[in-house]
Design a protein around this ligand. Structure first.
Ligand code: COA
Length: 260
């Protein structure tokens, strides 16, 4: 159940990098429902077109690889040409796979760091002069791996830790112009490619839920609500923060074992 009024984002334009699937597509849909004009971008042009159709309400799909600064910048210019302004930017493109460090080539490590960390820099650096200032809101999708080291994910841990610092530094540098920069760190969210990769069978899923304070995985729509909050006037004094939308899963093992 949402606490936000239906026209909350009317008059705003949002660009969502990685918005062609998963959590980011959920955010895009919610923004559109609340009246924003929405543009999503992903690597695959067909997927981008399909996502735009699914979002409806005049949403547009663009194709670019966030690892390519010039291509990403060009797409954001096209968004402003199409919609006339840019108020909200989400950097959500990410890549991940499970592998031990010794099973990972230098290129494999670099690939994930490039998509996640360099991609976030490219999206945010590239959008800055296109933003409505004051009042613009930027959100990077980070992850618990930024803070909690996880085996088999050295690339994602390094990349997400970097993203958290990108958020904080940009919040400091761009705050004086009225640009807020925040992050969302989703915990385990049902129906995402990430969870399919990280928790592939029922036994692993049950173990994962048993360790979460709220005893369940989150919903994509619940992460979208966090994004709406951070972009809304209700968060006007919130910048440089990372919002954990994770059911308390980072509080430690909530499996009820105690010390015994
Ligand atoms: N184990 C070890 N190495 C792996 C791997 C795995 N499971 N998957 C990919 N790699 C390596 C590749 O072998 C390659 O290294 P090499 O050139 O030394 O052989 C390197 O990673 C790049 O792979 P490539 O497939 O060329 O990159 P890509 O840009 O096409 O794909 C990925 C990016 C690897 C992140 C891919 O998993 C992807 O696109 N995922 C979709 C998005 C996603 O992961 N979403 C979940 C987000 S939580």
């Amino acid at each position: 159940m949402s606490a936000f009024r239906d026209d909350l984002l009317a008059g705003k334009t949002a660009f969502i990098a990685g918005g062609t699937s998963g959590i980011n597509l959920g955010i895009a849909k919610r923004f559109a429902e609340l009246g924003a004009k929405v543009a999503v971008a992903g690597r695959n042009p067909d997927k981008a077109a399909k996502a735009a159709e699914e979002i409806g309400r005049g949403a547009r799909g663009y194709s670019c690889d966030v690892r390519d600064y010039a291509a990403t910048r060009t797409v954001m210019e096209q968004v402003v040409e199409a919609f006339g302004r840019l108020d909200i930017v989400i950097s959500g493109a990410a890549g991940n796979f499970l592998a031990p460090a010794l099973g990972m080539s230098a290129n494999a490590f670099r690939t994930v760091v490039d998509i996640d960390l360099d991609g976030t820099f490219n999206v945010f650096r590239g959008c800055y002069d296109l933003l409505q200032k004051p009042g613009a809101s930027l959100i990077a999708i980070t992850a618990p791996q930024a803070v909690n080291p996880m085996m088999l994910q050295i690339h994602a841990c390094a990349a997400k830790a970097g993203i958290n610092q990108v958020i904080r530094v940009l919040a400091m540098e761009w705050g004086p112009d009225g640009v807020r920069v925040n992050g969302i760190s989703p915990g385990p969210i049902a129906g995402t490619e990430g969870m399919a990769r990280l928790s592939p069978d029922e036994e692993a899923s049950a173990r994962s839920k048993g360790r979460i304070a709220l005893r369940r995985w989150g919903e994509i729509g619940e992460v979208a609500e966090s994004a709406v909050f951070l972009c809304s006037e209700s968060a006007a004094y919130v910048t440089g923060t990372i919002l954990d939308c994770d059911g308390g899963s980072q509080l430690g093992d909530a499996g009820g074992q105690g010390l015994g």
